[in-house]
Write a protein that binds this ligand. Structure first.
Ligand code: UT7
Length: 336
């Protein structure tokens, strides 16, 4: 048995910045409401017709992670891709990354766990590396939300929150038994599956608004639905539980955390967790203000930014935690 660690990180977001005022120009919302309820100031949206997709963004993030891991792409021996917004209904984007990055015919797995997708994918990568089966697993979280959001007042409770982007990590072998991914913890409660969901399929190359030209315009099942307050109440409980579970399993306390990187669902959720665990501002990394909620991409984008800005140092205890649609939630406890 080996330990696994994150050897390299990268992220990519589209250039196009969409501010709260931009949204207020096309629907009945306003900057004050969005900032007060969510902390979000702006997010990135892929420009229609630009050719950018969940896969192309994932590939860009992956190239940076491979560079930083100081490996050749031919050394990647498995791909795991987490997303809720795949380019095609099938096949999933894992194989598209294998093709577009020009990887050898390595295995490619798709993870469908929405906001906790990256933590689930990291957990799978951890097991493969620990067992010795693979040495360099490419883990990607990428989302193209803007294609599928209801950008009218009807959809404002959801559409102001989500943004596009991708993050990636290379998970490889750690020689020091006291370092690397110490444990991961995964949970689900399918009883609440419909509380945050997209019922009708229909991603692919067409925008949802184009699909709706041939369908019933009143059919909301083509757009994501979220019972916001119910999700919020569950999120704060499950985030706390799964962080406690991870710390407890490793004989650690909240005060041992050097950096908590929570899934960027809502700044108010992060602040609640920070207060509950008595963490200082420098112990929690948030960037939802700039990117909105990028679902499976949010943790790898935030972790990459934290690492790039020197907030993650060798020996630090880094905790990742996520909660979202499914419901699914999870945490990872990492000694960097
Ligand atoms: O990443 C996956 C996990 N996701 C989460 O954890 C998200 C959890 N939930 C939340 O973050 C919050 O519930 C939201 C930010 C989504 C919504 O905040 P809220 O405080 O729960 O607002 P609400 O849905 O209860 O809506 C309050 C009011 C309503 O108006 P009335 O009925 O009080 O007149 C909404 O119609 O705000 C209205 N509203 C808006 N107003 C302006 C909803 N969306 C908007 C909007 N702009 N964008």
């Amino acid at each position: 048995m080996y330990n696994a660690k994150i050897k390299g990180l990268g992220f990519y977001v589209p250039e196009n910045v969409v501010t709260n005022d931009d949204l207020a120009a096309i629907m009945d919302t306003n900057d004050a409401w969005i900032q007060e309820r969510t902390g979000i100031q702006e997010r990135r949206h892929v420009v229609k017709g630009s050719g950018e997709t969940t896969t192309t963004m994932g590939v860009k993030a992956a190239e940076r992670a491979i560079d930083r891991a100081k490996i050749d792409k031919d050394e990647v021996d498995f791909v795991i891709f987490a997303t809720l917004s795949p380019d095609y209904y099938f096949p999933g984007p894992g194989v598209l990354v294998q093709r577009d990055l020009g990887l050898k015919t390595v295995g490619a797995l798709d993870v469908r766990n929405q906001c906790s997708g990256f933590v689930y994918a990291l957990s799978v990568a951890d097991q493969y590396v620990k067992s010795g089966m693979y040495s360099n697993v490419l883990v990607i979280g990428s989302e193209l939300h803007s294609h599928g959001l209801d950008m009218t007042t009807r959809g404002r409770g959801v559409s102001v929150i989500f943004g596009d982007g991708a993050g990636a990590a290379i998970v490889g072998r750690e020689e020091d038994p006291g370092k690397g991914i110490l444990s991961t913890h995964l949970h689900s409660e399918g009883q609440h599956a419909e509380e945050l969901s997209l019922i009708a399929p229909g991603m692919g190359k067409r925008w949802v608004t184009d699909i709706l030209k041939d369908a019933d315009p009143e059919d909301e099942s083509y757009f994501p639905y979220m019972n916001g307050q119910f999700v919020f109440k569950n999120a704060v409980v499950r985030f706390s539980e799964v962080i406690m579970e991870g710390l407890g399993q490793n004989g650690l306390k909240a005060s041992d955390i050097d950096l908590l990187v929570p899934h960027q669902a809502n700044l108010r959720i992060s602040q609640f967790i920070q207060k509950k665990f008595g963490l200082k501002d420098h112990q929690v990394y948030n960037n939802i203000m700039r990117y909105g909620n990028t679902t499976a991409a949010s943790i790898p984008i935030a972790l990459t930014e934290a690492w790039e800005s020197g907030r993650v140092k060798s020996g630090d205890l880094v905790v990742l935690a996520a909660f979202g649609s499914g419901f699914t939630w999870g945490s990872a406890i990492i000694r960097w």
